[in-house]
Write a protein that binds this ligand. Sequence first.
Ligand SMILES: [Zn+2]
Ligand SMILES: [Zn+2]
Length: 244
Amino acid sequence: MKIVARQQWFEVQRRDDAISLIHEPWIRPFYRCNLWHVQGRERDLLIDSGSGLVSLREQLPWLTERPLLAVASHTHFDHIAGHHEFPERLVHPAEADILAAPDGDNTLATAFVGDAMFEAHPECPLCYAEYRVRAAPATRLIEEGEVLDLGDRVLEVLHTPGHSPGGISLWEAHTRTLFSGDVLYDGPLIEDAYHSDVEAYARSLARLRELPVRVLHGGHFPSCPGERMRALIDAWFAAHPGLA
Ligand SMILES: [Zn+2]
Ligand SMILES: [Zn+2]
C-alpha cells in the first residue's frame, strides 16, 4: 500500500458562505467522511472529525486559533475519531454513550476499517494496525430545536434519526444550507446498521423533503443542490413502498 506523508493527508476546499470542506482524499469515497468547517464571527463550527488516523490539530492548526464547537452528526467511527482533540464536543443525547465509550462495534469500525477503505495509508502504519476510536465525552448535549449561535449566523439542530438513533442535521435557514450527516447524501445510504431504524429513516427524510434547501452538504460524497436532494428523497421512497 502506498504511504502518504501526514502533511498530505487532509485536503481543504473552500466553498461559499465561509464554509469549507475538509476531507481525507486517500480514503475511498464510500468511506470518506466530509468534515464541514463553518466560520462565524464569534466562533466556528466543525461538523464531524474524520478517521482520526492523522491529527487534525497538528495538520490544520488554524482550526483551533478561534473558539470551535466540534459537533458529531452521529457517532460512527468515520465521523468522530478526531473529536478527542477538541475541547468543546457536542452530540445528540441518543449517542452520547458511544462518544464517551466508543468501540469497534458501536462505531462500526470493526465492520468497515480494512484495506478496502484506503487508496493509501498515512505514514503511521501502527495507527492503522491498531485502529481504535478514542473516547471524547460530550461537553454539551444538543437536541431537536436547539440553536448553535456562531455570532453572525445560527444553525438549528434537527433530530434526524434512522441511519443511527442520534443522527442530527444542521439547518442554516438564512443561506438555506443543510448539513445532513449520513441520513442523506448523494450516494448509497446505509439503513441496516445495528442501530438503524428504517421507519425513523422515512420520517426524517419526509421532514427534510419539506425544507426549502438550496444546497445539501452531506456526510459523504459531493454536495448537491436542493432539487437533486428532493429527487434523492423521492427515489428513496419509490424504493421503499409502504413507507411513504
Ligand atoms: Zn454513519
Ligand atoms: Zn459515514
